[in-house]
Ligand binder design. Structure first.
Ligand code: SF4
Length: 352
């Protein structure tokens, strides 16, 4: 069976040409799959019935199955746990967030993760496998389809690859996903509304810069020096700040895009005034923005959120040091919105 979901319009043209169909049918098919989120060929009523029947015999739509849907009534955050179409029945999480400027999707790029950041539930259990571009775009399509039930005119306008996994370890499929998401007849996400995150894999940052796409890079920094970062993120021993920061500066220069640095504030670990001053010195003069994030505690990790006064003081010191910083409001706290928590709960649930 041919997986149609991973194909760009030009590739679909080839599949349909082999069926003796004209090129414009490929754009129609792409729009049905990506723009309207069709879950069966029978829904594609603008295609001839005979073509739909032939496609059903040779191709599949790469569907994922929702296992659960949670919605936070206070801020509208929606989180799906999705079962992949593989023999192991693996699951991934995907989240839709509501902001004043519209809807944003947070997409997973791997099943599990082996990077091992101490504050993150996704790494518990290690890496199982990379997701395909089809599995990533299906997350976005499902979130859009779910949104349309409430508001048929509404569309997700931004996408961040910041769910489970390290995107730079799966960059080929991530790039295909971004190209699929950008297609105007599909999800239609502008390049400037896409963000790829990384825990700091320097070769991946260099490779993404070479693509010459105006995509935002979000680097999980979480520490102002190697000593604290080594404790929180083992990846820092491979790519310490002395390598990471020059790569970030080169990315900003090559793309002209302002970088985002993610910084989870952890009580007594990385949230002291001297940490804020050190961070301001590290980032001074760089085209960047710091996203301060309250910790969503993960059971068994022994890390506590930073008190509100310490978070406010941290932000003030950064701003006084000339670094743009915002304190992210915590979305989805009434559901298991911290990266990896919902899947973790499912894995720990007793087998019926
Ligand atoms: S924060 Fe990201 S890179 Fe780190 S363990 Fe979690 S999923 Fe992996």
């Amino acid at each position: 069976m041919v997986n149609l979901k991973r194909m760009l319009p030009d590739e679909l043209t080839g599949v349909l040409a082999a069926q003796g169909e004209p090129a414009y049918r490929a754009r129609q098919l792409f729009a049905w799959i990506h723009g309207r989120g069709a879950r069966g060929f029978d829904e594609m009523t603008s295609l001839p019935r005979s073509l739909r029947e032939r496609l059903a015999e040779i191709a599949d739509l790469g569907l994922l199955t929702p296992v659960s849907r949670q919605e936070d009534p206070r801020d509208g955050t929606v989180k799906f746990l999705l079962r992949l179409n593989d023999d192991a029945g693996n699951t991934v999480e995907t989240v839709r967030m509501t902001y004043s400027y519209g809807y944003s999707a947070c997409v997973s790029s791997q099943v599990g993760c082996h990077i091992g950041c101490r504050f993150c539930a996704s790494s518990i259990g290690g890496l199982i496998r990379n997701l395909t571009a089809a599995e990533m775009i299906e997350q976005l399509i499902l979130l859009n389809r779910d949104l349309a039930v409430r508001d048929p005119q509404a569309r997700i306008a931004r996408v961040v690859i910041m769910g489970m996994g390290e995107p730079m370890e799966n960059l080929t499929e991530v790039l295909r996903f971004l190209r699929l998401a950008h297609e105007p007849e599909g999800c239609g996400i502008g390049w400037r509304h896409m963000t790829v995150s990384t825990s700091g894999l320097v070769p991946g940052i260099e490779a993404l810069a070479a693509e010459d796409l105006p995509i935002t890079l979000a680097v999980s920094l979480h520490a102002p020096n190697d000593e604290v970062r080594n404790r929180l993120m083992p990846i820092n021993r491979r790519y310490p700040l002395g390598q990471l920061m020059p790569a970030c500066r080169r990315y900003a220069e090559a793309t002209g895009r302002r970088l985002t640095f993610e910084y989870v504030l952890i009580g007594g670990v990385n949230d002291l005034p001297e940490h804020a001053r050190e961070l301001a010195r590290l980032l001074r003069g760089m085209l960047c923005h710091v996203n301060l994030i309250p910790l969503n505690p993960v059971a068994g990790r022994g890390l506590e959120p930073s008190p509100p006064q310490a978070m406010a003081a941290f932000q003030r010191i950064l701003r006084e040091g000339g670094v743009a910083a915002t304190l992210r409001r915590q979305l989805g706290t009434a559901i298991d919105a911290a990266c990896g928590q919902l899947r973790r709960r499912l894995l720990e649930a007793p087998v019926p």
